[in-house]
Write a protein that binds this ligand. Structure first.
Ligand code: DAT
Ligand code: MG
Length: 140
């Protein structure tokens, strides 16, 4: 059964460019409920740990530098079929390939600086939520 929880970050480019409000409005409009939310900044170490699965990829260093370059908004979201529906809402990794109307099509800068993160599985959503929040901070 598809889970009800996903994890997202509004990335440093979107924060810097003043898109927090518009992105949260799209998230609400799409029917997601916010269970936890935090305005914070990742250290390079934390960003590296979060994206550890991409350690061997050529863009890993760039990704870690970017994700620790400025503040982010981290949030846990609830909806039926949360992971899949949120990935649809944000669009393809490369904004040039993201469907019109998706968050990345509207707000991303480039494939590396692509405005938002969305968990890619139920297990990763729980793992990523726990990475950023204590269970007592997630209001399920
Ligand atoms: P997604 O964020 O859509 O799940 P991913 O998990 O494949 O994409 O990659 C994680 C992040 O790494 C992605 O949001 C941006 C960066 N990235 C991915 N592919 C890249 C590339 N070819 N060049 C630069 N950055 C890339
Ligand atoms: Mg991913």
């Amino acid at each position: 059964m598809a889970g009800k929880i996903t994890f997202t970050m509004i990335k440093p480019d979107a924060v810097k460019n003043g898109h927090i409000g518009a992105i949260l409005a799209d998230i609400n409009q799409a029917g997601f409920k916010i269970l936890a939310m935090k305005y914070t900044k990742l250290s390079a170490e934390k960003a590296g740990e979060f994206y550890e699965v991409h350690k061997e990829r050529p863009f890993y260093g760039e990704l870690v530098d970017f994700m620790s370059s400025g503040p982010i908004v981290a949030a846990v979201l609830e909806k039926e079929n949360a992971v899949e529906d949120f990935r649809k809402l944000i669009g393809a990794t490369n904004p040039a390939e993201a469907e019109e109307g998706t968050i990345r099509a509207k707000f991303a800068t480039s494939i590396g600086e692509n405005a938002v993160h969305g968990a890619d599985s139920d297990d990763n959503a729980e793992r990523e939520a726990s990475f950023h929040f204590a269970q007592t901070e997630i209001y399920r």
